[in-house]
Design a protein around this ligand. Structure first.
Ligand SMILES: [Zn+2]
Length: 256
């Protein structure tokens, strides 16, 4: 599967304000509708990780939908679309900020502050099949932390999520995509899979604890989305160029 057309799409907030963490809701619906129209399977993260571990077949083309930080707009704007199209998704929560805003330490002033989902909203989505994953307690860059803090952010925050959800939490997203061998070892003891912010499609050789993703803002039009899932060849090379161009246009991506 060296020419994989499996992509984990990464979203943050949904609204019409133009910022580096927001996608307009109509664009999100257009993406999901396009995936369904083109019959590109939308997998859960669990299905993907099982496939990568050899516990199930992966289709040649597939999308996985992930939302970082747990913004309230995911509940108000994405959840109805996910239900309408029966699409699985995973939302990564920051356990100490549930029901608050994304104003954790280190958040650049340029990033807009939005409300994050509260427990009743999270539980309602979970009852309807949306999966929740860990994104630490306070959203720090994990590769900078001493060991006790690292365990608190990775392991203790998972337990808080499990207590609130009443179910197990198996997946994780590294804040800012930052990791290290030590971080990955701690994550390996607590989770089955983890997402980075490395820009790539998923390859069969990818480790479940270091999954690449594609920022949904970079492929917000059906044309670019089409390139992401196109057969190998010139279209794919065009995509790589387009993604680099979009990444260059959207400055300061270091806060995701
Ligand atoms: Zn984040």
């Amino acid at each position: 599967m060296s020419a994989s057309r499996i992509a984990i799409l990464m979203y943050h907030a949904l609204d019409d304000r133009r910022s580096a963490i927001t996608l307009p809701p109509d664009r999100f619906e257009r993406q999901v509708r396009w995936l369904r129209q083109k019959k590109i399977p939308i997998l859960s993260l669990a299905q993907l990780c099982q496939g990568l571990s050899g516990q199930g077949d992966l289709p040649p083309r597939a999308a996985v939908l992930t939302f970082d930080d747990g913004f309230e707009s995911v509940y108000t704007r994405a959840f109805p679309v996910l239900q309408k199209y029966a699409a699985p998704a995973t939302v990564f929560l920051v356990s100490s900020y549930i029901g608050q805003k994304n104003d954790w330490p280190g958040q650049p002033a340029a990033v807009p502050r939005y409300r994050l989902m509260d427990w009743p909203q999270i539980r309602e989505m979970a009852r309807h099949g949306i999966e929740f994953g860990g994104h630490t307690a306070t959203h720090p860059p994990l590769d900078d932390l001493p060991s006790p803090r690292l365990r608190e952010e990775v392991v203790a925050s998972r337990r808080r999520l499990e207590d609130g959800l009443g179910r197990s939490v198996h997946y994780f997203a590294y804040p800012y995509g930052r990791s290290s061998p030590q971080v990955q070892a701690v994550v390996a003891g607590a989770y089955r899979g983890a997402c980075t912010t490395r820009l790539a499609q998923v390859d069969q050789t990818d480790h479940p604890l270091a999954l690449p993703r594609v920022e949904a803002l970079y492929v917000s039009s059906p044309v670019l989305l089409g390139l992401l899932f196109a057969l190998p060849g010139p279209a794919y090379l065009t995509l790589r160029g387009q993604l680099r161009h979009r990444a260059g246009q959207i400055l300061g991506r270091a806060w995701v």
